[in-house]
Design a protein around this ligand. Structure first.
Ligand SMILES: CCCCCC/C=C\CC(=O)SCCNC(=O)CCNC(=O)[C@H](O)C(C)(C)COP(=O)(O)OP(=O)(O)OC[C@H]1O[C@@H](n2cnc3c(N)ncnc32)[C@H](O)[C@@H]1OP(=O)(O)O
Length: 283
């Protein structure tokens, strides 16, 4: 059974009570923590050291969303328990010298997670408390609002710097967030933005100076979304997102084949190998 989530046991979410039995049958993992707040949940990624999105991490996030929606949770704050890092993006080791089966599962699970989060009926706020490159930026962009901790962290779609190409649905999410011209430039350059720069181009909505303020601002932001009648809010969100969601829903298989074929090319494998080495050398 796929790994799910760890729940703060001292505060069982009312909207999760029904499913606690189900969680005990599933093998719980410590990759994602769910915490009850007043009327919503905080979803904390806690895959140390950098919340890289491995197959298991993607599935744990996916399963968390399924359970939260099933239990009528109205809103979430998506954040990280890893100091200084929101998420380092896709786990590069999943794409480097992979087995076919695992690579297929990996990408297909990522498609599912994107469809769930980008199309979620819940109100979603990303509290970006650290670096958010590539897949990390994608997760944040899937949310309805982004609050970023000011400081040295960077956010953006830096795929080209690794010699890889962000797929169409990453691009669509980017365009829907920051517009065509900014996306065209930033995608080609693989730009990573400082919080101030990200605010300027609309990649994030608010900056906060410290974590205490961040939590309060993210809560206030979520409450503002939750005050709007849910159906009207959701359908309005879909007016912007439905074309991209429909597009991937209808082309999942082709997108998967394209990814698998591209990932397995010698050029990509060489690039990913070098990038992994450069990360390792840093330490
Ligand atoms: C292939 C076909 C097309 C596919 C299209 C795919 C679309 C999206 C792709 C992605 O999301 S690719 C991932 C892009 N991510 C990055 O470029 C970030 C890389 N990481 C960093 O820049 C830094 O790690 C950081 C996030 C800024 C954090 O820096 P810090 O100094 O705090 O930590 P490190 O020492 O660098 O890292 C610790 C440890 O984690 C490993 N690691 C970091 N990022 C990843 C990752 N994305 N995947 C796997 N592993 C990662 C890093 O190697 C270190 O490992 P050890 O040396 O401790 O073993």
């Amino acid at each position: 059974m796929m790994s799910v989530t760890s729940i703060a046991r001292n505060k069982v979410l009312p909207f999760l009570r029904k499913s606690t039995k189900m969680q005990s049958t599933a093998s719980l993992s410590s990759l994602v923590k769910l915490e009850e707040k007043q009327g919503y949940a905080v979803v904390s990624m806690q895959k140390t050291p950098v919340n890289s999105l491995s197959l298991e991490m993607i599935q744990a996030l996916s399963q968390s969303l399924i359970e939260l929606e099933k239990n009528k949770c109205k809103g979430i704050i998506l954040t990280s328990a890893c100091p200084g890092i929101f998420s380092a993006g896709l786990d590069i080791r999943e794409m480097y010298q992979p087995t076919d089966d695992r690579l297929n599962q990996f990408w297909s699970s990522l498609q599912t997670l994107w469809l769930q989060l980008y199309g979620s009926k819940m109100a979603t706020v990303a509290l970006i408390n650290g670096h958010a490159p590539a897949g990390g930026c994608l997760l944040a962009m899937c949310c309805d609002s982004r609050i970023m901790l000011n400081g040295k962290s960077k956010i953006g779609l830096n795929e080209t710097k690794l010699g890889i190409v962000a797929p169409s649905w990453f691009k669509d999410t980017f365009v829907n967030t920051i517009g065509v011209r900014q996306s065209e430039r930033a995608l080609q350059l693989g730009s990573l933005f400082s919080p101030e720069e990200a605010l300027k181009i609309g990649l994030v909505d608010k900056l906060v100076p410290d974590m205490e303020t961040a939590t309060a601002v993210a809560e206030a932001e979520l409450k503002e979304f939750l005050q709007i009648p849910g159906m009207a809010r959701y359908l309005s969100k879909m007016k912007i997102r439905e074309a991209a969601i429909k597009d991937l829903s209808e082309t999942r298989e082709a997108d998967l084949n394209q990814f698998v074929n591209f990932a397995k090319t010698d050029a990509v494998q060489k690039g990913l190998g070098l990038y992994l080495q450069s990360l390792a050398k840093k330490n």
